[in-house]
Design a protein around this ligand. Structure first.
Ligand code: SF4
Length: 285
């Protein structure tokens, strides 16, 4: 039986950069705080925690003083930077440059067009979305699906942005839907700010999943791009299974299969996919 690990799966540049920054810091100090999970992958978080990374939430941030805190790739609202400054906290900023650019765009729009409604297509409560809403003094409207369009006043200008990891097709559909509802005289501007690191993987993932008899998709349960990419695999190959680690792997997954493909999300480390591949190969031998 042939086992293939997808070369294009695994960490995106934003996650690679955040992990590198954490590892560099931990070479010179025994402990580094990280605001939120550095990556939506429990095993990778545990690997870094074993080196001294301490994951905290916003409540625990309030208790810290005169230390260093890493901000992960998703980014943070301005209030987090202000709070850190007040408490003498040095920020190790690992916000992905793609997210930083998007934050700047949203902020510029908020400052130059105070009468326009800034709409963010994204997930409620997601760290990146909170970071974007923070650029607008919490005035931006978050839309996760079409049923929430009632929040928009279509008689006033609308400026639509997207969280970086949303679906391109759904963003286009949403833009069209808003356009059809706009009232005469009110303008709509849409900014497709979806990161191609995720979007471009979809056609490749479809091809990879259809080339194999069975697919083991390695990803943390909290990863939203993991969920989306796994659905892509399952849509073309019903024998696709999502596993968080080698412990979830069941040999029945590849029963009678001649080829098994192993792939993952932008939050999946390569070592984890290699570990699953190794397990499958050892089991078969
Ligand atoms: S998916 Fe794109 S925007 Fe998000 S962290 Fe990775 S490179 Fe940055």
């Amino acid at each position: 039986m042939k086992v293939e690990v997808d070369k294009e799966s695994g960490f995106c540049p934003g996650v690679i950069n955040a992990i590198r920054k954490a590892e560099d810091e931990l070479k010179t100090r025994p402990k580094l705080y990280c605001l939120g999970d550095i990556v939506h992958n429990g095993q990778e978080v545990k690997r870094l925690e074993d080196q001294g990374l301490v994951t905290i939430d916003h409540d625990s941030l309030q208790q810290l003083h005169d230390t260093k805190v890493l901000l992960r790739a998703h980014g943070e609202p301005p209030s987090t930077y202000q709070q850190a400054q007040k408490q003498g906290i040095e920020i190790v900023d690992a916000t992905c440059p793609v997210v930083l650019q998007l934050q700047k765009k949203v902020r510029r729009m908020y400052e130059t067009e105070p009468d326009s409604q800034i709409v963010i297509y994204g997930k409620h409560g997601h760290a990146e979305v909170n970071g974007l809403v923070g650029q607008t003094n919490s005035t931006a409207i978050v839309i996760e699906n079409e049923s929430e369009l009632v929040k928009i006043d279509f008689s006033r200008p609308v400026r639509l942005f997207s969280q970086t990891t949303m679906s391109v097709d759904k963003f286009r559909q949403l833009s069209l839907n808003i356009e059809q509802r706009m009232e005469p005289g009110a303008t709509l501007q849409t900014f497709d700010t979806i990161c191609r690191q995720v979007a471009n993987r979809i056609p490749h993932m479809r091809d990879f999943a259809s080339r194999h008899d069975a697919i083991l998709f390695v990803s943390g349960k909290k990863s939203s791009n993991g969920k989306a990419l796994f659905e892509v695999c399952r849509s073309v190959n019903p024998r696709s299974y999502q596993v968080s680690s080698v412990e979830d792997v069941d040999p029945s997954f590849w029963k009678d299969a001649e080829t098994v493909g192993i792939c993952g999300a932008t939050s999946t480390p390569r070592w984890q996919m290699d570990q699953v591949a190794d397990f499958v190969e050892r089991f078969n031998n």
